[in-house]
Every structure is written in C-alpha cells, then in structure tokens.
Ligand binder design. Structure first.
Ligand SMILES: [Fe+2]
Length: 187
C-alpha cells in the first residue's frame, strides 16, 4: 500500500498544532525541521507557478500560508542571486526543494565602533534538495547565495511576519543597515 503524500495543508496544520502551546524557538524548529524535510521531498507540494521566477525578475517570493504564529513562503533564487548577512528577529526553518543554496552563518559582535559590527564566519554550508536549515535566536544571522547556473527553489517558514519587522543587514565590512520592508520579504 502506498504511503499517503504529505501535503502543504498537512504541514500547515502541523505548524498550527506545534505553535499553539510551544513558544521555545529551539523546540519549535527541532519539531518543524523533520516535517519540512518530509514536505520538500516532493516539489509538487508547491504549485508550479510558485516555483518559478516572475519573467524578468531575479527572485521569486510567494506567500503560501500566512497565519498569526507563522508563515510559509516559497523563494526562487535566480543564478548568482544573493542576500547579504541579515537577521530575522524570529525563528525560521528553510528547506530546499530544487537545486542548491549556499548559506553562510555569522557570529556578530555589535558596537565595535563607527556604526560597524564585527562579523565572523561560523560556517559555510551548501544545502542540496531535501536539506533543512534552522534559524534560532543566537544563531540566525546568515547570508544566502545561489552559486549555480540555474534556479534554486526553497520553502521558508518563520515565526513572525517579516513585513514591517525591524531587522538588520550587514555589509561585508560590518557596516550595519536597518532592514525593514513594507512589502513581504521572505528571506
Ligand atoms: Fe534569511
């Protein structure tokens, strides 16, 4: 007998249940990670129009489910697309559906002087399809890059709506800039 497929609807109801009573980002991400790993095994869990970039654009961002305690989005990174080091101010779990993504995690020492922070690379990871990466307070500053010649498709899950959230981004030399977007921003 074939095993029933794990759908986006199943994932959303699991997220709803998991975030109802639990507030610890460490516990939530540890529980969400294996579910997201199961979900991203099948690219068809995300409709094809949300696995493509809009014509002429370098990145695609799509809201798949927006709820008060979490949201689920798909992100499509064109070849060479990158996001500089940034934080999230919430927990997150990222899963790769297609191709691969390079993620660099940083240790940030703020207040070094001159509006700069000291960024130290902790790890550089290359995530293949099916891989999942967890962001928790204290270890959630990262840069992302598609180092390949084709599109990378991911699902991102966050514990807060990133629209209007006061976040930060850092240039390579540690210069800090506020990162607040009125529009939905899902990385
Ligand atoms: Fe991010």
């Amino acid at each position: 007998m074939a095993t029933a497929a794990y759908t986006l609807e199943n994932f959303v109801s699991d997220l709803d249940r998991l975030t109802r009573d639990e507030t610890s980002p460490l516990v939530i991400t540890a529980r969400v990670a294996p579910l997201l790993a199961k979900l991203v095994k099948d690219p068809h869990v995300v409709p094809v129009e949300f696995r493509r970039r809009p014509p002429g654009q370098k990145r695609g961002r799509y809201m798949l489910h927006r709820a008060p305690r979490f949201n689920v989005t798909s992100v499509v990174w064109g070849p060479g697309e990158a996001a500089a080091a940034h934080n999230h101010e919430t927990w997150g779990v990222i899963g790769v559906i297609d191709n691969e993504i390079e993620e660099t995690r940083y240790r940030v020492e703020e207040g070094v002087g001159g509006g700069r922070a000291k960024l130290e690379v902790k790890t550089v990871m290359r995530h293949a399809p099916g891989a999942v990466s967890c962001l928790v307070p204290g270890d959630e500053v990262h840069a992302m890059q598609n180092p390949t010649e084709r599109d990378t498709v991911e699902i991102h899950v966050y514990g807060k709506d990133l629209a209007g959230l006061k976040r930060k981004t850092w240039a390579a030399d540690g210069t800090e800039k506020p990162l607040v977007t009125p529009k939905y921003m899902n990385c």
